[in-house]
Ligand binder design. Sequence first.
Ligand SMILES: [Zn+2]
Ligand SMILES: [Zn+2]
Length: 237
Amino acid sequence: MRKPRRHAAEHDLLEALDQAGCPVCRLAGEAVDAFLQSICYEQVNDLELREQLRTEGGFCPEHARRFLAQPNGPLATAIVYRDVLVNAARRLERDGALRQDGGRPRTGVRSLLAALLGERGRSDRLAHNAPRPCVACRAWSEAEERHLTTLCARVTDAAVAARYRAADGLCLLHLERALDADHPGAGVLARAALAGLSGLVNELDVYIRKHDYRFRPERWDGGEDVPARAVERAVGR
Ligand SMILES: [Zn+2]
Ligand SMILES: [Zn+2]
C-alpha cells in the first residue's frame, strides 16, 4: 500500500506547484482543513478526541477560527466549546480558585487563567502570548514535514526542477526548513529561490516607484498584490 500513497503525495505536490504561493503552505493548509472537516462530520462523537480537546482547552486561536469557518463548523464548534467552557467552570470550582467569601482570588490572576484554560493556558504561554500547539497544529506539522520531504526528494529530477523554477516556490520559512534538514534537493531549491526573490524585489521596486508622486501612473496596471505576495513569500500562508 505504500507505493500508491507515495504516488498520490507526488501527484498532489506537482499539482500544488502549478498554483500560486508556497506549495508546502498550500498542501499543509488543505490537510488541516480536511482534518477539521473530518472532526465536523465524523469525529465530533469521537470520545477520545473530544476528551483531548477538552483537556487542552480546544484549538489554538487560529485553528479555532478555522474550525468555526468550516462547512458545518458552527454546530461542531458549539459541541466542542460547550465541553471547554463547562470544563473551565468545573476547574474554577474544583481548584477553589475563588474564595467563598467573595474576596480576591486565592491564587494569582495568572494561575486562575491557567486553571480556566487547562493545558492551553499555562502561565508561561500566556506571558509570552504564544499558544500551545493544538491538535490541528500537529496535523499541520505532520503534513508540512511530509510534503517538504517529498518535494526535496523529487526536485532532484530535472523535469520536476524545471516545473519548480517556473512556479512561485517555497516561502522562506519552508526554504529554511529544507536547508536546515540538509535534504538532497535543498541546493536546487536555494538556487531557484535566489532567482525568484530577485524577480519579486524588482516587482516591489516598481510598486514603490508607482507611489512616488513624480511617477504616479494614471491608473494601476496590475501589481497591486505585490506587497501581499512579498509577505507570503517571507512568512508563508
Ligand atoms: Zn510555506
Ligand atoms: Zn492550532
